[in-house]
Design a protein. Sequence first.
Length: 295
Amino acid sequence: MSTQRAGWFRPLWRSTTGKFGVIVVALVALTALVSLFWTPFPPELANVDDRWLGPGWPHVLGTDNAGRDMLTHIMLGARTTVVVAIGAAVISTVIGIALACLATLTTRLVREAMATLIDVLLAFPVLIIAAMLASIAGQSLWVVVFAVGIGFGVNMARVTRPELRRVLSSDYVLAGKAAGLTTSQNVFRHVLPNIAPVYIVQLSWSMGVAVLAEAGLSYIGFGASANDPSWGRLLAETQAFINIHPLAVIWPGLAISLTVLALNLLGDKLRETTDPTLSQRMAKAMPAPMPTVTA
């Protein structure tokens, strides 16, 4: 198993979409890390004389309507994006594992109750849950993180519950029970490592939803607070001037689009890489090459 998991990255890197996802995600994470120590200009610096400068030196991406450096605020927005993505992933993992285990490993009454609860919670889209919590608790980055984490945690529980059932009926889990392992020992030694591929894929998708939710809620005024830099709020602040300086709108929009696209493509490729049966089914579904006829 360990050899198979160690080989995930190789086919992922060989794929064009996988390579794109890895490079973009790594670049966003590196930008967020660098912004903790250095930015081209101080974030609070605004120079009215430098309004609407085009890309050049020293403002590589130009400036906005207040004369602020766009690259600086794109870098700061990457920090918020990484915090939201990682925070939502952690919360959704905890909630997803807990709900999936309760819906599979407990008594029949509890299993049926948890299955019903999961179905009810799935009726509410993640963005709606985030907007509702944000309207109640006010503008906060952590409201978005918890809302997306809860919403996607429920979705993870639904996806992994059948996989969890399949693993529980496997020979190595039954052998563990025969050897005297408790339910919790079996879960941590055998069950969770074998459903990890499903969770890795779902985490990648949940991160993409988290980035999009934070940007969307910040755009309409329900996301990050004014003290937290955000690509969504930067997009909202500059879109009113799109006729004057369209490049100022393009940069935050491009950052959001590329990050969400990379995370989704990465999730799709991880699914193909970690699920050999899917690769086999896709290979069988491809039409056979036409035979060549030679004279």
